[in-house]
Design a protein around this ligand. Structure first.
Ligand code: PLP
Length: 399
């Protein structure tokens, strides 16, 4: 059967982690893999998660299957945390959620649902998180990339993006990042979101918002602007949600797909297909992570603790953005890197090409993904000057 099976190269990001681990230079810096880390390089279990986990274990009386919507209380809790308990789409039942194996599981389910429904293609602003492509392609969706981020100005090229959206029709889907755009850190402003909504109303395409960093940009409510506004003003919407970063539940594979239909019956119909697709892929989601999230969000005390810890994590990343820009100012790169302080989330793109990224790795032991994506969590007061000096020598002579 597998005599002719070829060997695939390792996953680019996972391969980078291995190369970093094998590097013996003391000065090496890991700006690659996309997890939150503290200044001493740990990805800790959040205290709220630890406490909720204990409650879940103490209260567990069975390992029987979970229902298709996931751990009890999870779907409602995520809807209320993201859209708000008072949101018209939640109150009317037009918005429904189901737990998925991580944000990736939600994206794959959404792709399958769209393929089944006869969507023409999914339009994505470039660049995007590399895993969007296989997740959606393998579900049968055609992907069309359009301009989003201008590498020369280090900012969103909204005019070009909007121009492309104006060409779409009712069989099209547009993938948008909820906040903390991965890999650029360059988000749409609320005013630009409003324009996208106007275009969606005019052209009839379906927006799909992928939100994997809820709470990491400006705050839980502010970061939800795009989904709240779209769920309010548009007849239909898909949302894919990840609890990996904001609950630190990476390995528990916890996420959600949220379906907003024209009315409650449509939403139930959409969800029935999602259940049916999931049944054909993995049956039902793992219970543990969903039970933890549900436990946290239904307890005022744990929810408060979680919000405080999340705000601290987001703050630490902002501090690292500032560290980088301050050091850039000291070392003559101030003009080139000032934009980093205006961006959101764990990632930004450095103005480098793949050759320069390779030199950063080989000559300086500084590891970053593909076309210069850095995880700001890898920056510390101890390594920032070495990082910026290395950048200065590699970027020397460029614009
Ligand atoms: C933009 C984006 N979407 C979705 C995900 C999916 O996350 P997970 O499947 O780990 O929950 C990620 C994770 O890095 C991401 O960056």
């Amino acid at each position: 059967m597998f005599a002719d099976t070829d060997l695939l190269p390792p996953d680019a990001i996972l391969g980078l982690t291995k190369a970093f681990q094998d590097d013996t230079r003391e000065s090496k810096i890991d700006l690659g893999v996309g997890v939150y880390r503290t200044v001493d390089g740990r990805t800790p279990v959040m205290q709220a998660v630890e406490k909720a986990q204990q409650l879940v274990i103490n209260g567990e009386t069975t390992k029987a299957y979970t229902p298709p919507e996931g751990a009890p209380g999870f779907a409602k809790a995520i809807l209320e945390s993201l859209l708000g308990a008072d949101h018209s789409a939640v109150v009317s039942g037009r918005a429904l959620a189901a737990q998925t194996p991580g944000g990736c599981g939600a994206l794959r389910l959404a792709g399958e649902l769209l393929t089944r429904t006869g969507a023409r293609a999914i339009t994505i602003g470039a660049p995007t998180w590399p895993n969007h492509k296989p997740l959606l392609n393998m579900s049968g969706m055609k992907i069309e990339m359009v301009p989003y981020y201008n590498q020369a100005t280090c900012a969103v090229d909204f005019e070009s993006f909007a121009l492309e959206l104006r060409k779409l029709g009712p069989k099209d889907v547009v993938l948008l990042h909820g906040c903390c755009h991965n890999p650029t850190g360059a988000d749409l402003t609320n005013a630009q979101v409003d324009v996208v909504i106007e275009i969606a109303l005019e052209r009839g395409f379906l927006p799909m918002v992928d939100i994997a960093y809820h709470g990491f940009a400006k705050g839980l409510d502010e970061d939800a602007y795009i989904v709240r506004a779209m769920a309010e003003r548009l007849p239909e919407l898909l949302i894919t949600y990840s609890c990996s970063k904001n609950f630190g539940l990476y390995r528990e594979r916890t996420g959600a797909i949220i379906m907003v239909g024209a009315d409650a019956d449509r939403a139930v119909a959409m969800r029935s297909h999602v259940y049916n697709i999931a049944r054909g892929m993995y049956s039902m989601p793992p219970a543990h992570g969903g039970a933890i999230v549900s436990e946290i969000l239904r307890s005022e005390e744990l929810a408060d603790m979680w919000r405080t810890e999340l705000a601290e994590m987001a703050d630490n990343v902002r501090v690292n953005r500032r560290l980088l820009v301050e050091s850039a100012n000291k070392h003559g790169l101030g003009n080139r890197l000032a934009y980093i302080q205006e961006q959101y989330g764990m990632f930004s793109l450095l103005p480098m090409d793949e050759v320069e990224v390779a030199v950063m790795k080989s000559d300086f032991g500084i590891y970053m993904v593909g076309a210069g994506r850095i995880n700001l969590c890898g920056i510390t007061p101890a390594n920032v000057d070495y990082l910026v000096q290395s950048l200065a020598s590699v970027m020397q002579g460029k614009g």
